[in-house]
Write a protein that binds this ligand. Structure first.
Ligand SMILES: [Zn+2]
Length: 595
C-alpha cells in the first residue's frame, strides 16, 4: 500500500560541530527508515534543520567574538556538510533563522493566542540596578536551586538540565559587572498546557501501538502539567507577533517553542521550493499520511506532549474550544522513534579536542558507510551504548570487509574471470533453490523490521543472507568446477543473484556501497540517490545552504531484481578497506586514546 510518510527528524543545535552521538540517535536511523520507505513505494517527506536560537548560540558567539547570526551561519554550514557527507537523504534540511520559519511560528502562535491557549502572565524579570535596563537571562548566573551547581544560567542549569527563571537562582549576579540584579514585574506569554491536558490524554490513550514506556511516561506527565513560558527576555529569536510586543527588542519567543515548529515550517519551505506551495498539506492534513518523529530520549516530552499540545490548541481542540488555526487542521504525530545515548567514555581523548568524536573528522578518515553500519548494528537503539575504536575496527573488518565485501568481490571476480559477464544458469539443484529462497524471504522479514524501526534486528537479518551466500560458495566450490562449466555457471549465477538481493536489502544501511555494487554487477544509472547541498535564497533574506535531493528517480526498489545473463562484468574494486587493528588500541591520530 502506498501512503505518505513524514519523517520528522530532531534538529541539531548550531552552536558547534556535531559528534557521532548526535547522528547515532536519530540522524542515521531516520535515513535508513526513509530510504526503506521510498524503496517500498511510499511518498516520503524527510525534513529537519539546524536549531539556531536561544542562549547557547549567544554564549558560543561571545566565546568566539562573533555575532549570533555569524555563529549560526558558521555551524549551520559545518553541520549541513557533515550530514550530506553521511548520505542523509533529507527532502529539506534547513534552519530556524529563515523568514519562512518565522512566519510559520508566528502563525501557530496566533492560532493558539486566538483560541485562548496562550495566556499572559506577570513574572519577575531582572534589570540592572546601575543602568535600569533589562538583563537577558544568559547574563545572570547563580546557584541552581535544584542541584546546587554554582554556575547555573538564568534560563537553564547546564549541570542538571532543568529550565530555570532568573529569580529562582540562589545569589544571582550579573555576568556583565557582577552586580546583584533587581527583579521587577515583566509580562510573558505562557502556553496553557493544563487546558490541553484533557484532549492530550484522550489522544494518548488512542496510541495503542507505542512502546509502553514512552506511552506511560507521557501519560504521567499529564498529571502535573503546568503553564509553560513561551516568551523570554532575550534579543535573539522569533519576535512575538502582537501589537506592543513585536518591536520590543528584549522579548522573543522561547527557543523550544520555535524549534519544535521546525518540522512544519521545513515542510512548508520544501513545498515552496518544489514548486507547489500547498504540497506540504499532503503530509500534514491528509488523513492517510503518517508522521514518524525521530529523537533522543531526552526529547520525548516535546514530541509526545508539548508539540501535540501546540497542534491541538492551534486546531481548537482543548478545554477552551476554538476554531482551526490559520494553517488548517494539523495532524498529530503517529509514531515516536526515540533512541538512547551513544557515549564515548571508553575512549579517552585529549581534552583539547573535547572528549568527543566529531562527524566531520570521522567521515574524512573512514567514509560514511562504515559509520552507518556501526550505528545500525551497534548503535544506541534501545540501550545506552559506549563507542569504542576496538568494536568499530572489529565490526568493519570482520563483518563489512570479510563478510559482505568479500562476498561481492569473490563472486564477481570469479564470474569475470570465467565468463567476463553474468553466466547463464543451467538446471538448479536444491541447494541453489534453498539459497534463493533465503534471500527472497528476507525482503519480507527485513522490511517488516525496518517498518517498525528495528534497525539492529533488520541489519542482522540482512547480514544472515550474506552469511548464507558465503557458506553456499564455500560448499559448492565453483573454483573446482572447471570440468563442469554448466554447473559452475549455475552456481555463479545463483551467487550473483543473491549478491544483488543482499545489496538491495543493505541499500538503506549502506547506500554508497550499494551504488558501487550495482555498478559492479553491470548496472547503470542512480541506484541509491544521494543528498546534495543547494545554495538557496528567500525574498528579503540572505543566501543559505540546504540539503535536498532527487530521490524519486533512484532505481532501488524493495524487491528481488532478476540479474541479466550476459551482462558484462568488470573486475571489482574492494568495497571496504580493512582497518589496521592497532587503531583499536591507539585511536586515530586526531582523537588518540589516552594511555
Ligand atoms: Zn541544576
Amino acid at each position: 500500500m502506498t501512503s505518505r510518510v513524514l519523517a520528522a527528524v530532531a534538529w541539531p543545535y548550531a552552536n558547534g560541530p556535531r559528534h557521532i552521538g548526535h547522528v547515532s540517535g536519530f540522524g542515521v536511523p531516520s535515513d535508513i527508515f526513509a530510504r526503506y520507505m521510498r524503496m517500498s513505494g511510499h511518498e516520503v517527506l524527510m525534513v529537519s534543520g539546524t536549531d539556531e536560537h536561544g542562549t547557547p548560540i549567544l554564549v558560543q558567539a561571545e566565546r568566539e567574538g562573533l555575532s549570533p547570526r555569524e555563529t549560526a551561519d558558521k555551524y549551520n554550514r559545518v553541520i549541513v556538510n557533515d550530514l550530506r557527507d553521511l548520505g542523509l537523504s533529507y527532502d529539506l534540511f534547513t534552519r530556524t533563522t529563515t523568514l519562512n520559519h518565522y512566519a510559520v511560528v508566528q502563525d501557530l502562535f496566533l492560532g493558539l493566542h486566538r483560541n485562548g491557549y496562550v495566556v499572559p502572565r506577570i513574572t519577575m524579570g531582572a534589570v540592572s540596578p546601575s543602568t535600569g535596563r533589562t538583563l537577558p537571562d544568559r547574563y545572570i548566573e547563580g546557584t541552581c536551586p535544584i542541584c546546587g551547581y554554582p554556575s547555573a544560567r538564568g534560563d537553564q542549569c547546564d549541570n542538571c538540565g532543568n529550565q530555570l527563571d532568573p529569580i529562582d537562582l540562589i545569589n544571582p549576579v550579573s555576568r556583565i559587572n557582577g552586580e546583584t540584579p533587581k527583579f521587577v514585574e515583566t509580562e510573558h506569554y505562557l502556553l496553557d498546557l493544563p487546558a490541553l491536558a484533557g484532549s492530550l490524554g484522550k489522544w494518548l490513550s488512542s496510541r495503542t501501538d507505542w512502546r509502553p514506556n514512552v506511552l506511560k511516561f507521557s501519560q504521567n506527565l499529564l498529571e502535573d502539567l503546568r503553564p509553560r513560558a513561551i516568551t523570554r527576555d532575550l534579543d535573539w529569536g522569533v519576535p512575538v507577533p502582537l501589537d506592543g510586543w513585536r518591536d520590543q527588542p528584549m522579548k522573543r519567543l522561547y527557543v523550544w517553542f520555535d524549534a519544535v515548529i521546525g518540522y512544519l515550517s521545513a515542510s512548508v519551505e520544501w513545498a515552496k521550493r518544489s514548486g507547489d506551495p500547498d504540497a506540504w498539506k499532503q503530509w500534514w492534513i491528509d488523513p492517510d499520511a503518517r508522521g514518524y518523529y525521530f529523537m533522543g530520549k531526552d526529547n520525548i516530552v516535546f514530541h509526545t506532549v508539548i508539540w501535540p499540545g501546540i497542534l491541538l490548541g492551534h486546531n481548537g481542540e482543548g478545554d477552551h474550544g476554538g476554531t482551526v488555526g490559520p494553517l488548517g487542521e494539523l495532524r498529530l504525530p503517529d509514531e515516536i522513534v526515540s533512541s538512547e545515548y551513544l557515549t564515548m567514555s571508553g575512549s579517552k581523548f585529549s581534552t583539547s579536542r573535547g572528549k568527543v568524536i566529531y562527524v566531520g573528522d570521522f567521515l574524512r578518515e573512514f567514509g560514511p558507510d562504515a559509520l552507518r553500519y556501526f550505528i545500525a548494528v551497534a548503535g544506541p537503539e534501545s540501550t545506552d551504548t559506549d563507542f569504542t575504536w576496538d568494536e568499530f575496527v572489529r565490526r568493519t573488518n570482520f563483518e563489512l570487509a570479510n563478510e559482505w565485501g568479500n562476498l561481492v568481490n569473490r563472486s564477481i571476480s570469479m564470474a569475470h574471470r570465467t565468463n567476463g559477464s553474468i553466466p547463464t544458469p543451467g538446471a538448479l539443484l536444491d541447494v541453489d533453490h534453498e539459497l534463493l529462497r533465503t534471500s527472497q524471504n528476507a525482503f519480507d522479514t527485513v522490511g517488516a523490521l525496518l517498518g517498525r524501526n528495528r534497525f539492529k534486528l533488520a541489519i542482522t537479518e540482512a547480514m544472515r543472507v550474506v552469511g548464507a551466500a558465503n557458506k553456499y560458495i564455500s560448499d559448492t566450490e565453483p573454483w573446482k568446477l572447471k570440468d563442469n562449466p554448466e554447473r559452475r555457471d549455475t552456481v555463479l549465477h545463483t551467487a550473483l543473484q543473491v549478491v544483488s538481493d543482499a545489496n538491495t536489502l543493505l541499500t538503506p544501511f549502506l547506500p554508497h556501497a550499494a551504488q558501487q555494487v550495482h555498478e559492479a554487477l553491470g548496472g547503470s544509472g542512480v541506484w541509491a540517490a544521494q543528498p546534495e547541498i543547494r545554495e538557496v535564497t528567500e525574498e528579503g533574506g540572505p543566501d543559505y545552504p540546504v540539503i535536498m535531493g532527487d530521490y524519486a528517480g533512484e532505481l532501488a526498489r524493495w524487491e528481488s531484481h532478476p540479474i541479466g545473463s550476459g551482462t558484462p562484468l568488470q573486475q571489482p574494486t574492494p568495497l571496504f578497506a580493512k582497518l589496521d587493528e592497532t587503531l583499536g588500541e591507539t585511536g586515530p591520530a586526531w582523537a588518540p586514546i589516552e594511555r
